[in-house]
Design a protein around this ligand. Structure first.
Ligand SMILES: *Cc1c(COP(=O)(O)O)cnc(C)c1O
Length: 733
């Protein structure tokens, strides 16, 4: 029947139905896009969500599901018509479908052996996007970036973590600069996750026996591009009230909370994989938090396959990769014998081993009753491949754990290194990406982990690079002003103060960023060593400098909170109030603005305690320059022409001496190297030498410190050999 044969009212009705159908379809496509975290690294998709309602987008923490809930299909369609969004939505949707179905990936040619037996990647936190608060800092962001690059490269990988419904805290400073923590209940229905379903169609719950009762966890499933992320959650019926809250906060509670969370992550994670019908070929323990997982693997082999204890251990270790992440002793979880027996007792009964034998697996000296159970030791003993996260950290870790292998010389301690990297699409500004696209050969994007892809930066016109950077710097300053004025208002400060915040900072001034956790060894207050010298640097009449700080202190870290307060209170000092600002509540969103807009990223940890650090790697992609102590990744990255080094890489046996020396060296580098280079302008106002350094930084560092390179290294040197039962070649030192 054609349209002409209908009466007018019938025709209206049909048109209405068609419109309704297409509105529904459009809405469903948006929901589908929002339900795969692939969107988080697709500028065309998140710009699309933003354009639906820019103000609500910001207010809702860039959460597209929460945003779409405020739309009916009809309103969405109206908005799409207004903004001419149809083709953008359809295009994005098609791209997602193509991405999910293509067989043509790096992994298809380099990691075929993993095809049917994927890598199971365990981590206590995943930093994927600001709207998903299941991360606290560097470790989480690294896991998130690992998963995203695995997706990009097509590496078959299943990620396992915990779902924290209150996540990590939001930071508020009071008028005196003291940090307060606020925990917010996450609305599960606004997150892109669904209950994980077993092959027989039922939602999965795992059960863990302990000496003090049974613990249950449900399992959520999330899509991160091609990778599935499963998150265990103890908020289930049947758990005691206190156990329902076990996984509510990341790194919350006491040691008992900690070991129970780690039992759920490691042992629970293994059981979840089994219930899902997944048989991994490789287990990657990202940090010691998940090191109970191989114990469960051993139990399975002993109980179900009838293997001996020794054979089970060998078998499991051959498939297990362990990554250690810090040389700071407090960063390695230790539990006493009572907690181990309470939580692992039933598991060791099933394995048929004694309490002492189990304790021995977590001790450097197995028979030493005074030694607590260390998760890192367990991870090292139950894996055949272990690695640190930078070259220097490799050296430090081999020395740190040498006594586990007393019969070996230090060079033969089986801990190699794979240096961390960052997921380029997540951290590169859209404006920089466009610049790269204009000047790099097509196809470079797929080869972002390879050196030659980035060499074309040297063909870019210096003025164009500088302009792009200036745009990003302006966006950063606007962001900081907006945030800081809002934060003043929330504290109930005067209209004057709010107004002053709106005019903070100057786009023509050299802008240095410093943002990270306020852990002691990161020495956030090193810059405050000599206030008169700082005054001279900041307030130079010809070559001034401004600083933006951000970062959280652990809730129990009073010295860390005191450092935040000291920096924050510089706003009460006439000399610094316009030039040194603190932005509250450092998270992925704040980080993204900072690393995309600063001229210089400052890092001054107490060497050699920074295992890698990754924030400076994000800066590289956007044309900022690193100025850092030669620690972590920077110790192997700096070549004299791609950034600035503070000190010469020596350590001192006295911490006080080292801090004092690094402090004065920091001022010297700023005064003699950074400031003069930045203000050295040609007739066009361009800092030619500075721009050259930006280009050197991009061409020498962007590929090497990309997560694509990192995941390719793990795949070649760890995953593929482990899946094929081959020996390790990760000791690339
Ligand atoms: C990248 C990142 C980190 C890690 O940075 P470091 O250099 O290791 O301090 C921490 N927090 C957030 C929010 C990040 O984005």
């Amino acid at each position: 029947m054609s349209q002409a044969e209908l009466t007018q009212t019938e025709s209206d009705a049909v048109t209405g139905v068609v419109a309704e159908l297409s509105a529904e379809k459009l809405y469903d496509k948006c929901i589908e896009l929002a339900n795969n975290l692939w969107w988080t690294w697709q500028p065309d998709v998140f710009n699309l969500f933003r354009d639906l309602d820019p103000i609500r987008w910001r207010q809702l923490d860039h959460n597209p599901i929460a945003l779409l809930k405020e739309f009916t299909p009809e309103r969405l369609e109206l908005r799409a018509a207004e903004m001419v969004l149809y083709s953008r939505i359809n295009h994005a949707y098609r791209r997602l479908k193509e991405y999910l179905t293509t067989k043509d990936t790096w992994s298809a040619t380099h990691a075929g052996v993993l095809g049917s037996r994927p890598v199971a990647y365990f981590s206590a936190e995943f930093g994927i996007h600001e709207s998903l608060p299941i991360y606290s800092g560097g470790l989480g962001v690294l896991s998130g970036d690992h998963v995203k690059s695995a997706s990009g490269l097509g590496v078959p990988l299943i990620a396992i973590g915990l779902f924290y419904d209150q996540g990590y805290f939001k930071q508020h400073l009071d008028v005196d600069g003291y940090q307060h923590e606020e925990y917010m209940d996450t609305k599960v229905e606004n997150l892109p996750m669904k209950p994980a379903i077993s092959p027989d169609g039922t939602p999965i719950t795992v059960t863990l026996e302990t000496r003090s009762g049974t613990l249950k966890a449900k399992v959520w499933k999330m899509n991160v591009g091609r990778v599935k992320l499963f998150l265990l959650d103890c908020d289930v019926d049947g758990n005691k009230p206190e156990d329902r809250e076990l996984t509510s906060r990341l790194y919350g509670g006491d040691e008992r909370t900690r070991i129970r969370q780690e039992l759920v992550l490691g042992v629970g994670g293994m059981r979840a994989l089994k219930a899902l019908g997944i048989t991994p070929g490789v287990y990657h323990l990202n940090e010691g938090h998940s090191a109970f997982a191989p114990l469960e693997g051993m139990r399975e082999r002993i109980v179900e396959d009838g293997l001996s204890y020794d054979d089970a251990l060998r078998d499991v270790a051959r498939q297990t990769i362990f990554t250690t992440h810090t040389p700071v002793p407090a960063g390695h979880d230790r539990f006493d014998a009572g907690l181990i027996e309470e939580h692992l007792g039933p598991l060791r009964d099933a394995m048929g081993i004694s309490h002492d034998q189990l304790m021995g697996l977590g001790r450097v000296e197995p028979q030493n009753p005074n030694e607590t159970f260390c998760m890192t030791v367990l991870g090292l003993k139950l894996s055949r491949r272990a690695n640190a996260v930078s070259q220097l950290h490799g050296h430090v870790s081999r020395r740190m754990w040498a006594h586990l292998w007393p019969w070996r010389v230090e060079e033969e301690i089986p801990i190699g290194h794979i240096t961390n990297g960052v997921h380029v699409p997540s951290w590169v500004a859209w404006q920089m990406l466009q610049l790269y696209d204009r000047h790099f050969p097509s196809g470079w994007y797929g080869r972002m982990g390879e050196a030659d892809a980035w060499q074309f930066i040297h063909n870019v016109d210096p003025g164009e690079l500088w302009e792009t950077h200036a745009t990003l710097k302006n966006l950063l300053l606007q962001f900081v002003r907006r945030r800081v004025s809002r934060q003043c208002r929330r504290r109930g400060e005067s209209d004057d103060a709010v107004e002053r915040a709106r005019t903070l900072l100057d786009p023509n001034i050299l802008t240095i960023g410093f943002a990270r956790r306020f852990a002691t060894y990161k020495r956030a207050d090193l810059l405050l060593d000599d206030m008169d010298r700082l005054d001279e640097i900041v307030n130079s009449t010809t070559r001034p400098v401004q600083f933006i700080f951000s970062g959280k202190a652990h809730p129990k870290d009073e010295p860390g909170k005191a450092k935040i307060r000291d920096i924050f209170n510089l706003r009460n000092d006439e000399r610094f109030r316009h030039r040194i600002v603190f932005v509250e509540d450092y998270d992925i969103n704040v980080a993204r603005h900072l690393i995309q807009g600063v001229d210089v990223w400052l890092n001054n940890p107490r060497r050699p305690l920074e295992a890698s650090g990754t924030s400076g790697q994000k800066v590289v992609l956007n044309g900022g320059l690193n100025c850092s102590i030669l620690d972590g990744w920077w110790a192997e990255a700096h070549d004299g022409a791609n950034g600035f080094a503070i000190g010469n890489g020596r350590t001192h046996s006295s911490v006080e001496h080292q801090d004092a020396r690094d402090g004065s060296e920091l001022y010297r580098v700023l005064e003699d190297e950074v400031v003069p280079l930045f203000y050295d302008r040609d007739v066009d106002g361009l800092p030619r030498e500075w721009i050259k350094r930006m280009m050197n930084s991009i061409s020498t560092l962007a590929w090497r410190f990309s997560a694509h390179r990192m995941v390719m290294d793990y795949t070649r040197h760890a995953y593929v050999p482990a899946a094929g039962g081959l020996s390790c070649d990760m000791n690339q030192f």
